[in-house]
Design a binder for this molecule. Structure first.
Ligand code: SAH
Ligand code: SF4
Length: 412
């Protein structure tokens, strides 16, 4: 934490200017693996023998220094910068809206350019500061193809998958806005390690099912956790899934971040209704995939998310089944008070019942934090962020009781 002082670019004059573009006029260099970036450079005439050096130079500027303008890459020759400017972009998405809650929670509405025949899309990204850490909640899709019956995102049509660039840009943009990149004149050796940053953790818990957009999520998270990229520890990155079993195995072997499972029910019959993907990947298969997840230990546990729905899944019998079901898996259980939305038939469990439920599973030896509401005043609700396609009318939004969700992600 001692390193934090020189990292925060509180002085806007010293921070690199942030550049945004309204449309994807040119291909991006953000969110490309080293190999793909190398190929893109060779196609534009960069000599093969220079490619490796150029790629690591660009990665440094993009992810360690956080620049969004080629002209800020001071050790890159002018000719090279002109070439890069002519063919590529590294601009940030447009910020349509930025809201800051009384409790410090921030929410950005971001607009990404049209892709192909599509139209521009908007998504939300939320930052939750807490004692000793700051968590960024990132979206992976615009809308969701799944139809979990208690989830507002599930009522929206999928508009499209986000690209790796768009997923990673949410992190870059949050770090810009929070002053989390080094000042322009910070010497290379003085760049603070990842622990001193405002965004210390990320959770893929925004809009969408990340494992239905596997390749882009993988590319973005590998750059976010690469020591020459954004340097986040894999223990501080959590991917939440409704339970796409084959891709859970792939997440373990190809990405290696922490896993959260949207469990919500302990009997197939009920889970089929709440999380319909359960019909395809029932509880037995899902829990087998969890048991097989690599490197689990007491310090590396799977988070099981459990939304508290009144008279649906909140009995002590459910709590008992839950602890039986998770036996043998290093697990923590995250109880989420249901966050109602206009038109839903579900209600949040009574607070006393949530506490009784939590006590029961605590006694069985499981950590079971209850997520506390955050950012109510700015409608910052992880798990049900909305797309521009079906935004609620203002009056509905004002009536909408939002809760921000905390308590996910690892500390170290
Ligand atoms: N699609 C992924 C990740 C995004 S949802 C998944 O389902 O895991 C993040 C979490 O918020 C999930 O556990 C989801 O089930 C939960 N959630 C969705 N709608 C909610 C609501 N109305 N109230 C409380 N939690 C909700
Ligand atoms: Fe999609 Fe997750 Fe919502 Fe289910 S809970 S509809 S998977 S965003």
């Amino acid at each position: 934490m001692a390193s934090m002082d020189f990292l925060n670019t509180a002085d806007p004059a010293k921070a690199p200017a942030v550049r945004t573009v309204p449309a994807a006029e040119k291909p991006t260099l953000i969110g490309l693996s080293r190999e793909d970036m190398g190929r893109a450079l060779v196609e534009k005439g960069v000599a093969e023998r220079q490619v490796k050096m150029r790629v690591s130079q660009l990665w440094h500027w993009l992810y360690v220094r956080g620049v969004s303008d080629f002209d800020d890459m001071t050790n890159v020759s002018k000719d090279m910068r002109e070439m890069l400017k002519k063919h590529f972009t590294i601009a940030r998405p447009e910020i349509v809206d930025e809201q800051i809650s009384n409790d410090g929670t921030r929410k950005w509405l971001l607009r990404f350019p049209a892709r192909g025949a599509g139209r521009p899309v908007e998504i939300e990204t939320v930052y939750i500061p807490e004692e000793g850490r700051g968590t960024l909640c990132i979206s992976s899709q615009v809308g969701c193809t799944l139809t979990c019956s208690f989830c507002h995102t599930g009522t929206q049509k999928l508009v499209r998958n986000l690209t790796a660039e768009e997923i990673l840009s949410q992190l870059l943009l949050a770090r810009d806005r929070l002053g989390d990149f080094p000042d322009r004149d910070t010497p290379a050796g003085m760049i603070a390690p990842a622990e001193g940053r405002k965004v210390s953790n990320i959770v893929m818990m925004g809009m969408g099912e990340p494992l239905y957009n596997f390749e882009s999520v993988k590319t973005a998270l590998l750059i976010a956790t690469d020591g020459d990229g954004l340097s986040l520890s894999k223990r501080r990155v959590t991917l939440s899934t409704s339970g796409i079993v084959p891709e859970i195995y792939r997440t373990g072997s190809e990405i290696g971040v922490m896993l959260a499972i949207s469990l919500h029910a302990v009997r197939d019959e009920l889970r089929d209704m709440l999380v319909p993907i359960n019909k395809k990947y029932p509880l037995k298969e899902l829990l087998e995939a969890c048991r097989a997840y690599p490197s689990l230990s007491n310090a590396r546990r799977i988070t099981f998310e459990y939304v508290m729905l009144k008279d649906v899944n909140d009995s002590l019998e459910d709590a008992k089944l839950l602890t039986q079901l998770l036996k043998g898996i290093p697990a923590k259980i995250n109880l989420i008070p249901f966050n109602p939305w206009p038109g839903t038939n579900y209600q949040c469990s009574d607070w006393e019942q949530i506490e009784r439920f939590a006590d029961f599973i605590n006694q069985a030896g499981y950590a079971s934090p209850i997520r506390t509401p955050r950012g109510r005043d700015i409608l910052a609700a992880c798990g049900q962020l909305k797309s521009e396609s079906e935004r609620m009318r203002k009056v509905e939004r004002m009536a909408f009781e939002a809760m921000m969700i905390v308590g996910h992600g690892e500390d170290d």
